[in-house]
Design a protein around this ligand. Structure first.
Ligand code: SF4
Length: 355
């Protein structure tokens, strides 16, 4: 029989759905919660059943990533009825100038109303109102920790998260890095670096481009075609420092959404200095995503101006393998031909000049 001392030593079990901001913030959350003496339980990678369940509970015109989040929550509840909390952070604003999509603002409120949900462990990020350290203190308080313990945990988590970002900028693919975090392994680059004769910038929310089930393993499809894939996580920090001004000649407009701002900042670089570093751009968008469909139009316009091939893929729960593969193959083929032709034309020009 368990003694009361053993019971006290048991850590609080907290479930984290492997969806939405998991693909962006998991290293930070993991370190923070573990430093606060919590046991983390993750839902498994997305699968058919999770999607089906999420779609059944997701109402109306919700985007697929949020429906999938529902599916992960329900899966966690079924597999771990002993969870004390489910971690559902509220991301409002991480920088003073931009907001997260409204779906993130209301996430804890909508999850709370799902059947048989345990207590919600909130962590609110809203730097327009208070520093993130304040949220860490609140989180610590909920978990029975002192202010000092919470602040130490926050500092450790931030340090680890900085190391993680540096690792990505050194070229680590996000899924590889997340695997290392999950298994408590040191940050080491994969032994084999994938290269190809053409290089694409792959754009999209992290949950769209790194959840391999919902995007039908899109990156692998590209790699199988001999494409080297770059994502914004691998780009230098300096590219994102300056705010993006949309239509500067027409008075200028600031973008309102945090992640879309990052996408536009990356595009700004590849329109000018980085124009010759990539051969094409692919944008993975969720069906019914307002912010993405808006910036997709801006990107399309810019791509035409600099003549960079651009492919937009809209994903939902009905996306089919065969149709996607055909689109990828024909896009890759078109880009490869274009690249060969450009190389040939430039050779001819050089030959004429030297005559
Ligand atoms: S940004 Fe788009 S895809 Fe992401 S949660 Fe909001 S609506 Fe859904």
């Amino acid at each position: 029989m368990e003694t009361s001392e053993q019971t006290n030593k048991k850590k609080t079990k907290v479930g984290i759905p492997r969806a939405l901001h998991f693909y962006r913030y998991f290293p930070f959350w993991k370190k923070l919660l573990e430093e606060l003496n919590v046991e983390i339980v993750l839902s498994p990678p997305t699968n058919k059943k999770i999607v089906e369940e999420g779609v059944t509970h997701g109402f109306g015109e919700l985007c697929i990533p949020v429906k999938i989040y529902y599916g992960h929550v329900l899966r966690l509840l079924r597999d771990h009825p002993d969870l004390y909390y489910i971690f559902v952070p509220r991301y409002v604003a991480e920088v003073k100038e931009a907001y997260f999509c409204p779906k993130f603002l209301s996430l804890p409120d909508v999850i709370k109303i799902l059947p048989e949900v345990p207590k919600i462990l909130n962590f609110e990020v809203n730097v327009k109102e208070f520093p993130i350290a304040t949220s860490a203190i609140e989180l610590g308080k909920e978990l029975g920790r002192t202010q000092n313990q919470a602040l130490n945990a926050y500092r450790e988590a931030q340090k680890y998260f900085d190391e993680y970002h540096q690792f990505l900028r050194d070229g680590a693919p996000v899924n590889h890095a997340l695997r290392l975090v999950e298994r408590n392994r040191p940050f080491t680059l994969p032994k084999k670096k994938h290269t190809g004769d053409i290089k694409f910038l792959l754009l999209g929310h992290a949950y769209n481009i790194f959840d391999t089930f919902i995007n039908l393993d899109f990156q692998k499809k590209l790699r199988d075609q001999g494409v080297e894939v770059l994502t914004i996580e691998n780009l230098p920090e300096s590219l994102f420092k300056e705010p993006v001004i949309i239509n500067p000649k027409g008075g200028g407009l600031r973008n309102y959404w945090k992640h879309e701002e990052e996408i536009l900042a990356a595009i700004r670089y590849f329109l000018k200095e980085g124009r010759n570093e990539i051969d094409g751009v692919v944008f993975l968008i969720s069906f019914a995503c307002g912010p993405d469909s808006l910036i997709s139009e801006l990107i399309k316009h810019d791509m035409k101006v600099v003549r960079l091939p651009f492919l937009e893929i809209i994903m939902d729960e009905h996306s089919g393998e065969a149709g996607l593969l055909t689109r990828v193959e024909s896009f890759v083929e078109m880009v490869r031909r274009k690249k060969k032709k450009l190389a040939l034309d430039s050779k001819k020009t050089t030959a004429v000049k030297t005559l």
